[in-house]
Write a protein that binds this ligand. Structure first.
Ligand SMILES: [Zn+2]
Length: 343
């Protein structure tokens, strides 16, 4: 019985692979498998040799096999009786499928996910917001009242329909939205795409990605900010990388600083990438300006906070030593497929 079942399986494969381009070949199939002296009749004849207790199941197998062969014959007939010529547009289900090319994550996504993962380990939660923002979330609440010169610090795309709408040039508006919710403490990380009206070149683009962080609670100090960013840099670039802070100005933080890391290319001895200074800037940061807290209804006498922001492209270019920003948006698979491994 087992041998018979094996034989039937083999014939099934044979039948599956049978092709016919004309009616004669289809008829050959019928005679060979379904005819009066065909295979199925012959196998049925084996019934007398099958043990009594197996006769029922063998009969079922044979019936299924017969239905299978008949269906194939009907298909062959239908394919070949179309004016005598083979229906070449018939779908051949036995053909191997086209292999699907396997994609890889975009380097920007890899680095963004890595940045987010590092801060998540420190207890930061991810917050996201709209890319089209109101003026309020964007400027006024961020300590930039109308006519403030800092409104011109970035080239903003405005939406024609409504002068109050704009494409965000940074993700700080997400922080404002979180602060307005009034749930304290706040410990969030905001990854997102931002837009600036800049001419596209190797070093500038009209859209790119940022990750900003915000921590507001009681007794948050600049030391907390430094320690958080030390941890980030060591996780991202390695323990041997050095860090320095330079005083800077941002309207939404006071005091403000920019953070540099020792050049990853030359290790601090000076090269083209670091413009022979041994340092490269990677982010801006500072203590949240009390006006910002007040604008969002948070008691600035009780709470303090820090904020920081970095460009994902910049970190990615440093990490992978990529020299041209435009490569990220050209969708050249030869470039993109180099970044398959997790970092
Ligand atoms: Zn260097």
């Amino acid at each position: 019985m087992d041998n018979l079942l094996l034989t039937i399986d083999q014939y099934k494969t044979e039948i599956n692979n049978f092709t016919a381009s004309d009616t004669e070949t289809a008829e050959t199939f019928r005679i060979k498998y379904l005819g009066a002296k065909g295979l199925i009749k012959e196998l049925m004849g084996e019934m007398k040799n099958v043990a009594q207790e197996n006769k029922k199941s063998f009969g079922q197998v044979m019936n299924e096999f017969k239905v299978f062969a008949e269906a194939k014959y009907e298909a062959l007939k239908a394919a070949t009786t179309n004016n005598g010529k083979a229906a070449s547009d018939e779908i051949d289900l036995s053909l191997p499928a086209d292999p699907l090319p396997v994609g890889s994550r975009h380097p920007i996504s890899l680095v963004r996910n890595r940045i987010v993962a590092i801060f998540q380990r420190l207890g930061f939660a991810v917050a996201e917001g709209p890319e089209i923002e109101y003026d309020w979330h964007y400027f006024t609440a961020l300590n930039l009242p109308e006519n403030h010169p800092a409104r011109d610090m970035q080239d903003t795309f405005y939406i024609n329909q409504n002068p109050d709408w704009l494409l965000r040039t940074h993700t700080s508006s997400v922080q404002v939205r979180e602060m307005e919710k009034g749930k304290l403490p706040i410990r969030i990380i905001c990854p997102g795409r931002v837009y600036r009206n800049e001419t596209i070149s190797a070093r500038a683009h009209c859209f790119f990605h940022q990750v900003e962080g915000l921590y507001i609670a009681e007794n948050v100090s600049f030391a907390d900010l430094k320690q958080t960013l030390y941890f980030f840099v060591q996780e991202m670039f390695g323990k041997e990388v050095k860090i320095r802070f330079r005083p800077s100005y941002f309207p939404f933080t006071e005091p403000s600083a920019e953070m540099d890391i020792s050049c990853l290319i030359c290790g601090g001895t000076g090269c083209n990438v670091c413009k022979h200074t041994g340092w490269v800037e990677i982010l801006g940061c500072g203590m949240v300006h009390p006006n910002l807290l007040d604008n969002c209804g948070i008691d600035s006498n009780k709470y303090t906070g820090f904020a920081f922001g970095m460009g994902v492209e910049r970190i990615t270019m440093l990490k992978y030593q990529i020299k041209d920003l435009r490569l990220f948006s050209e969708n050249d698979v030869r470039f993109l497929k180099q970044f398959t491994s997790a970092i």
